[in-house]
Design a protein around this ligand. Structure first.
Ligand code: GDG
Length: 724
């Protein structure tokens, strides 16, 4: 087995100085807790920062740290106060963290912080290269080290490099708003494998690469000129047994007994988090306050235990959060508390395992409502801590964990009412009423432990990436254009196939706004006038729409991606195929369900297909539900030979025998000596695929394609058409 070298910002063992003496202790936080059992095997190494600034250390102390850490297979990267300020507090936690959690970036986006981020990533790269061999598998972690894969790749072109992002990958438009988006994305693409917790995060990343024009984007991969990068979702698991068996330990059962006595007769609502703005602590307190205000009968019967481990205490937003949380807790306790009852109890410090494991066990309800969270291990640990399946979990639908734990009481953390309803529901349930749901979630967690996750990642890193079947597509430059024009003029029987939206007219937010411009009408009229030409506009639009806009022109119109045709010299339309649409009901129901959950999206029903448009929907919900919809549609599509096509901000389901490819094939029997086909989206790929190699096929814009040539945009298409 090749050796694995893990690199992360923090080591799983931290150092602090107490009364001038070095003390070593386990680091808190998701990654450290999760991977330490995997890394402690001795065969592997872990490189990272030991948690103390190097300015505070003498040479001897540094040596002592190196020696002690080596016993845990850990190797330190020493950082100065100044480096930590710019790289960690500045760029990582005041820019990347809020940006990736869809929160406002208020401070930190300065040139100096970005410089520090690059400098420290370089330091990690140098240390990693020094402490690893060419044959090692390098596993790099998280948002603090996004430039690291590329930096290592330059020095080690053949190295095996994996990267895992523990936080969400934001919606592409938010990510692309960062002036460093391209550097960050390219940084990640230095890896062979980029892993993230959920499919919607990987889709976001791929969409961002597509927008940036980096490589060719395939399903779960980015094809670069020299390498292929696999991009996959691999949700992190937990050490299930550790929590499930905790009650067998004497320490834990002692703590549990104490809690049973302390909270006798009360329902305990538990929150455990790092004290972090993304965790939604203020929202949870407000919801609890509203719950108490609306339900006097709960007074004295419930208690909220809020453990919030201080974190990133040098960042202003985190300092403010502590003040806000304490203030709100004070208000709630003043407003509702009595001498016998404190409605909210807080613990602002890390706890030993026995104490927080006991809290998990005692809690009737875990109230986990982050605003956004890569995964959230606490939710999983809570469920594992209830072997009798008697715990009730409230979970934000915006936490990565919600994609696996669908049976939790799901809440929308942006809506106070949803949080209050979640609490009310959870408190009114009996554990036995919730038993089946908890059991189901526990089964999922037992099947995906942290060990399986880690070995799964390394196995995937080992696996070769199959080369996709991609034709080489060149830009249609001046020499190619000249050749095309010469061929056009020599030909006597020409076929010109033009897509409409995105090809003749730019894509508009509302499809009805994309009326044909004067240039489009003039180009079509001029081309159609030549008796040697057969011009067809092949569109996804419906017949009425095409008739209204282009019906007066002597061009062939093809509606609904090949479902209907009106020939240039005829008035009426004909159906190109006869198929029953028995699948329609099922698909419509699915689409309608997810439209309700994706504000701004809508369903369009065409004669041959059903389309879910999400261009105007909130990107977070659109991306998330798009992934779910695709999964749910797969079996229906297979059973009914349907195509599920990713269009331009739209998902279309249609019969496979109805496509631009089929209609294109119908025409190819007419011995044309010149064929030109231009299109911009995935439905046009069917048309390109059906063409003979001698045809000129042109893809408009970026993205993977079967076309031979590429033009950048609609003005370039018009420029070409004018030359014919
Ligand atoms: C990042 C992502 C993702 C809690 N209290 C104590 C303590 N903990 C441990 C818990 C849990 C961990 O801390 C917290 O993990 P989370 O996943 O909830 O959150 P982040 O720290 O933000 O982690 C997150 C994770 O990475 C993994 O990929 O899930 O989305 O933000 O394991 O048990 N540990 C100790 N004392 C405590 O008082 N020792």
């Amino acid at each position: 087995m090749p050796r694995v070298v893990i690199v992360s910002n923090r080591l799983p063992v931290s150092v602090k100085k107490v009364d001038g003496k070095l003390e070593f202790y386990p680091s808190a936080g998701g990654l450290a807790t999760g991977l330490s059992s995997y890394a402690n095997t001795g065969a592997n190494r872990w490189i990272g920062w030991p948690g103390i600034a190097s300015d505070d250390l003498s040479d001897t102390e540094r040596k002592d740290i190196v020696t002690e850490l080596k016993k845990h297979h850990c190797y330190p990267v020493f950082l100065t106060q100044k480096q930590l300020q710019g790289f960690y507090n500045g760029y990582s936690n005041s820019v990347l963290w809020p940006l990736f959690h869809h929160m406002k970036v208020e401070t930190g986006d300065t040139a100096a912080n970005w410089r520090a981020y690059k400098e420290v990533n370089r330091l990690y790269a140098e240390t990693t290269l020094k402490l690893s061999r060419d044959t090692d598998r390098l596993w790099l972690h998280d948002y603090q080290l996004m430039l690291l894969p590329e930096m290592i790749r330059v020095a080690r072109p053949k190295g095996r490099i994996g990267f895992f992002l523990h936080i969400p990958f934001p919606s592409p438009d938010l990510f692309l708003a960062s002036s460093h988006a391209a550097s960050l994305a390219k940084g990640l693409l230095g890896a062979d494998l980029v892993g993230m917790h959920t499919a919607s995060y990987t889709e976001n990343f791929l969409a961002a690469c597509r927008e940036l024009g980096i490589g060719i984007i395939g399903p779960r991969k980015v094809v670069l000129p020299e390498r292929i990068v696999r991009v996959t979702d691999l949700p992190i698991g937990i050490d299930y047994k550790k929590f499930a068996d905790a009650s067998r330990s004497l320490d834990v059962s002692l703590e549990h007994k104490k809690l049973l006595w302390k909270y006798r007769g009360k329902k305990v609502i538990l929150t455990i988090d790092r004290l972090d703005p993304s965790k939604g602590l203020v929202g949870r307190l407000k919801a609890y306050r509203m719950l108490l205000a609306e339900n006097p009968k709960l007074h004295g019967k419930v208690v909220m235990v809020m453990q919030a481990m201080p974190s990133r205490t040098e960042v202003a937003a985190y300092q403010k959060l502590r003040v806000d949380v304490e203030k709100l807790v004070g208000h709630i306790n003043d407003q509702f508390g009595t001498w016998r009852w404190t409605p909210v109890e807080t613990i602002f410090s890390p706890l030993p395992f026995a104490q927080y494991a006991a809290l998990y066990q005692r809690a009737d309800v875990a109230f986990i409502a982050p605003i956004r969270d890569g995964m959230n291990l606490v939710a999983k640990e809570y469920l594992a801590s209830h072997p009798k399946s008697d715990g009730i979990l409230i979970l934000s639908e915006t936490a990565g964990a919600a994609e696996e734990l669908k049976d939790a009481v799901l809440v929308n953390p942006y809506k106070l009412r949803s949080l209050v309803t979640g609490l009310t529901d959870a408190l009114s349930m009996t554990p036995s009423g919730f038993l089946q749901r908890t059991r189901k979630m526990q089964r999922i967690l037992r099947g995906n432990t942290i060990d399986k996750w880690a070995t799964g990642f390394i196995d995937l890193l080992e696996r070769p990436i199959p080369l996709p079947n991609i034709r080489i597509t060149r830009a249609l430059g001046a020499p190619q254009t000249a050749e095309l024009i010469a061929d056009y003029h020599q030909a006597r029987k020409r076929l010109i196939l033009l897509d409409y939206d995105g090809t003749l007219e730019p894509i508009k937010k509302h499809p009805e706004d994309a009326k044909p411009s004067r240039a489009t009408l003039a180009a079509l009229k001029r081309l159609a006038k030549d008796p040697h030409n057969h011009v067809a506009v092949i569109s996804g639009r419906d017949r009425t729409n095409l008739m209204e806009w282009l019906g007066s022109l002597p061009v062939t119109l093809v509606a609904e991606h090949g479902g209907f045709i009106r020939l240039h010299d005829q008035k009426s339309w004909r159906k190109t195929n006869q198929h029953s649409l028995s699948w329609e009901k099922k698909v419509t129901k699915l689409f309608e369900h997810y439209t309700a959950q994706t504000p701004g999206s809508f369903v369009e029903r065409k004669e041959w297909s059903i389309v879910w448009h999400y261009r105007s929907a909130a990107p977070f919900y659109a991306q998330k539900n798009l992934v779910i919809l695709k999964k749910l549609l797969k079996p229906i599509a297979e059973h009914n030979t349907l195509g599920v096509v990713d269009g331009n901000m739209a998902l279309e389901v249609r019969h496979l025998d109805v496509s631009k490819g089929h209609i294109t094939q119908e025409w190819l029997f007419h011995d044309q000596d010149f064929i030109l086909a231009i299109g911009d989206d995935t439905t046009d790929e069917d048309m390109f695929a059906a063409l003979p190699p001698t045809a000129y096929s042109i893809k408009v814009g970026r993205g993977r394609t079967l076309a031979n040539y590429r033009l950048p945009n609609t003005p370039a298409v018009h420029h070409l058409l004018r030359k014919l």
